[in-house]
Design a protein around this ligand. Structure first.
Ligand code: 5GP
Ligand code: ZN
Length: 138
C-alpha cells in the first residue's frame, strides 16, 4: 500500500518530528496553515479515525492538547485549533487518519469560513439528534 504517513511512521520518508511513542507520531505539516502546524497520526494505518483503537485515539487527542499548550507557551500562540478531515468530501487528502493542531493568533489572517445554517423546525432538529443518539448509544 502506498501511504505517505505509513512511510513517515516507518522512517522511510523524512519528517520533522515533535513527539513519538509506541502508538503515535507527531510531526510538522509540510505546508502549514500557521508556522508550527503539527499532524498527529497513529503509527498503525487506519483511513478513518473511527477505526483507530480507543487507546490510540485517546493518546492522539491527549498529545494534540499538549502540543496546543506548547504552542501557547513556546510559540506565543493565543490559542489553537484541532482539525480532522474524515473522507474525501470532508477534505481528507492523505487517507491515513490524522489530527491537525494549528497554533492561532488574532492577526494570523486565517479564517475557517464557517457558515451558520438553521434547522427548519424543532422536529427536524430533534429527528437528527435522535438518529445520532440511537446509533452511538453504548
Ligand atoms: P488532509 O487534507 O488529508 O487533512 O491533510 C493532509 C496534510 O498532510 C496536509 O496539510 C499536507 O500539507 C500534509 N502533508 C502531505 N504530505 C506530507 C508530507 O510528505 N510530509 C508532511 N510533513 N506533511 C505532508
Ligand atoms: Zn498509512
Amino acid at each position: 500500500m502506498d501511504c505517505i504517513f505509513c512511510g513517515i511512521a516507518e522512517g522511510k520518508i523524512p519528517c520533522v518530528k515533535v513527539y513519538e511513542d509506541e502508538l503515535i507520531l507527531a510531526f510538522l505539516d509540510i505546508a502549514p496553515i500557521c508556522k508550527g502546524h503539527v499532524l498527529v497520526i497513529p503509527k498503525e494505518h487506519h483511513q478513518s479515525i473511527a477505526s483507530v483503537p480507543e487507546a490510540t485515539a485517546g493518546r492522539m487527542t491527549r498529545i494534540a492538547a499538549r502540543i496546543g499548550i506548547a504552542f501557547k507557551r513556546e510559540l506565543d500562540a493565543d490559542g489553537f485549533n484541532f482539525h480532522l478531515s474524515d473522507g474525501a468530501c470532508a477534505g481528507q487528502v492523505v487517507m491515513h487518519a490524522h489530527i491537525h493542531v494549528v497554533p492561532r493568533n488574532p492577526e494570523d489572517g486565517f479564517h475557517w469560513n464557517w457558515r451558520q445554517l438553521k434547522y427548519a423546525s424543532e422536529d427536524e432538529t430533534k429527528a437528527i439528534a435522535e438518529k445520532i443518539k440511537q446509533r452511538i448509544k453504548g
